[in-house]
Design a protein around this ligand. Structure first.
Ligand code: UD1
Length: 367
């Protein structure tokens, strides 16, 4: 069974790693890896391939940055001839980035079945580009692999045939668990000069709604600087934010600004933090499994299980609230509730079992 796997942006690399490994273990599967080139900096791309031990991509579309329309269109234009040549039995996409949407549409227009890993998540906020990507990708996918119960419920409400929905767990947690010995031995705390056992918070911020407007970003920085009087904050800065910070000439008092970290260093940093502040989706999930208190700087989450089962709370963007909630959480950290159902490191295997059953039903043989 020939499967074309698509990755484009940082969180995609984490999700594809366990899937590629699971495919490599089954001789009946012939995986091809296509990198769209949406993320291209060494720190945003190549470092993740190294850290997650992913083989280099078979194709790199090198689309780079651009408006949503340009990025999406270029992935479609450059992927289409590759699909025409390979004629795969399935195209697999993960997550909710522009590359996910573009590849899914390209495949379905060629009559190639599409599998979407991390289907069904909904923030119900259509101003988020990812929400549009999720809705459209799910609408055209044939296999919808969901990470949590809400995913199944959302898809059912949208009228998706239940026979297409598979609750398999979370491949991001597969990656976290299988690389545990490697991130546990990361030297990042030493590199940053953090004394073992000392308290610090980790901050990530990159959503356009939080960082693109100068006034909104300044409000956040005000809250972080107030918090940094109580606990040092380590802030690995996404390139989208770096441009804005440089433009604002911000020095940031008490905040340790660092370049984006690779996967192993980043997980190591988070795993020993007292608190995580973030607007990322994946980090809400990782913090949940690591048992680190997480405050989400948004008004919604598409991952409600991280709140009901995990350590996550949704606190929005008001600076006073951010400071209050952070101090409260540091004083009274939430008790971890155990990992959500199926977040057990075996999600990729469950996905492969479903795809293998499909292969056998179609009597597909390896190329
Ligand atoms: C993208 C995803 C987002 C995901 C995030 C993870 C979409 C719509 N957004 O957001 O869902 O959470 O990745 O990081 O797909 N840039 C660089 N180097 C790079 C990549 C980007 O400098 O390697 C800069 C460019 O100026 C670019 C900007 O960052 O314009 C934003 O990159 P882009 O891929 O458009 O979106 P992200 O904000 O990274």
């Amino acid at each position: 069974m020939r499967i074309v796997n698509i990755v484009g942006a940082r969180p995609n690399f984490v999700k594809i790693a366990p899937l590629i490994r699971a495919m490599a273990r089954r001789p009946a599967f012939v995986p091809t890896l296509v990198h769209t080139g949406q993320h291209y900096d060494q720190a945003m791309s190549e470092q993740f391939f190294q850290d997650l031990e992913i083989c280099p991509p078979d194709f790199n579309l090198e689309v780079g940055s651009g408006s949503h329309a340009v990025q999406t269109a270029q992935v479609m234009q450059r992927l289409d001839p590759i699909l025409e040549g390979l004629r795969p039995d399935l195209l697999l996409v993960v997550g909710d980035v522009n590359s996910t949407l573009a590849a899914a549409i390209t495949a379905v227009k060629r009559g190639i079945p599409v599998a979407h890993v991390e289907a069904g998540l909904r923030s119900f906020d259509r101003s988020m580009p990812e929400e549009i990507n999720r809705i459209v990708t799910d609408a055209v996918a044939d296999f919808l692999f969901v990470t949590e119960e809400s995913g199944r419920a959302n898809l059912m409400k949208e009228g998706v045939d239940p026979a297409r929905i598979y609750f398999v767990g979370n491949v991001m947690i597969d990656a976290l668990q299988s690389s545990r010995p490697r991130w546990e031995s990361s030297p990042i705390l030493h590199t940053l000069g953090v004394e073992p056992g000392s308290a610090y918070a980790v901050l990530t911020l990159h959503r356009p709604s939080n960082v693109d407007d100068a006034h909104t970003l300044a409000n956040f920085l005000e809250a972080f600087e107030a918090l940094a009087r109580h606990i040092p904050i380590v802030f690995p800065v996404h390139p989208r934010v770096k441009q804005r910070l440089v433009r604002q000439g911000d020095g940031g008092k008490g905040i340790v600004y660092i370049d984006p970290l690779g996967y192993l260093d980043f997980v190591a940093l988070v795993s020993r933090a007292r608190l995580v502040l973030t607007d990322s989706g994946g980090l809400q999930e990782e913090a949940t499994v690591l048992g680190i208190p997480c405050l989400t700087l948004r008004d919604t989450t598409e991952r409600p299980v991280t709140v009901t089962h995990g350590t996550n709370r949704i606190i929005g963007s008001n600076p006073t609230r951010i400071l209050d909630e952070s101090l409260k959480t540091l004083q009274h950290p939430p008790r971890p509730n155990g990992a959500p159902p199926y977040w057990d490191g075996r999600a990729a295997e469950r996905i492969l079992e479903v795809l293998d059953a499909y292969r056998q039903a179609k009597v597909l043989t390896p190329a």
